[in-house]
Design a protein around this ligand. Structure first.
Ligand code: URA
Length: 222
């Protein structure tokens, strides 16, 4: 793990406070000086159980999509915008009078995104990737709030990114001094419930492969 040990006990936001007994926030995983960093949204149930990003169904999809264009996840650094599962609890009274409690995923709150920003920024600083691939709207908005996924998906951007600084108490975002190559993709899970995005996503993946070739990030090519 690249992050300091205190990351594992973080309870800066409501999702951290609601973590199940024995679970920790999910750190990023991969090559410490990877040329390519993938940033997702938040861990789900499987990720929390395993303390690893993208190991559940969304992870299987992601691996398959990357392989389909000859990209190797194992040589990247994979991380999420927030590090504990955001969920809501719903209570239903069954016909027999019993209660059924279900936990369902929800998008992370702005407070959770802000609270986790210093962890993500620490990993971006340490890994110092040449290219950041954002998966879905949450990481894109976190790094470049003025951009919208529907307008910039599948394009290679060269921009400074918002940076919270590594100090826990630093509340203000500032712009990074260096520019990053950012390649926004839709979130692989979005393809499951928005079938119309399937073709768009496949086309974007091909463009990602071309961008990686152009930038000569050969370590992630299969
Ligand atoms: N699992 C993750 O680790 N991140 C996501 O964004 C979705 C599922």
């Amino acid at each position: 793990m690249l992050l300091p040990e205190k990351f594992l006990t973080c309870v800066r936001c409501e999702d951290g406070l609601k973590r199940e007994e024995g679970q920790t926030p999910v750190p990023g995983e991969g090559i410490p000086n990877a040329e390519v960093m993938l940033i997702g949204e938040s861990p789900g149930t499987e990720e929390m159980k395993n303390a690893r990003p993208f190991v559940g169904k969304a992870g299987e999809n992601l691996n398959g999509f990357l392989e389909s264009v000859g990209l190797n996840r194992n040589n990247m650094y994979v991380v999420n915008t927030t590090r504990c599962r955001p969920y809501k609890v719903t209570e239903k009274i069954l016909k027999n009078g019993n209660k059924r409690i279900t936990k369902s995923n929800k998008p992370p709150s702005q407070h959770a995104i802000r609270s986790c920003a210093t962890w993500l920024d620490m990993e971006i600083d340490l890994v110092n990737p040449t290219l950041i691939v954002t998966l879905g709207s949450t990481p894109l908005k976190r790094l470049i709030p003025e951009y919208s996924i529907s307008k910039v998906h599948g394009t290679l951007l060269t921009v400074p990114i918002q940076h919270a600084g590594v100090k826990e108490e630093s509340r203000e975002f500032t712009l990074s001094e260096r520019e990053f190559y950012i390649f926004p993709l839709y979130h692989p899970a979005a393809i499951i419930y928005r079938h119309e995005l399937q073709e768009v996503f496949e086309e974007d993946l091909k463009r990602l492969r071309q961008a990686i070739e152009k930038l000569q990030l050969n370590s992630v090519l299969m």
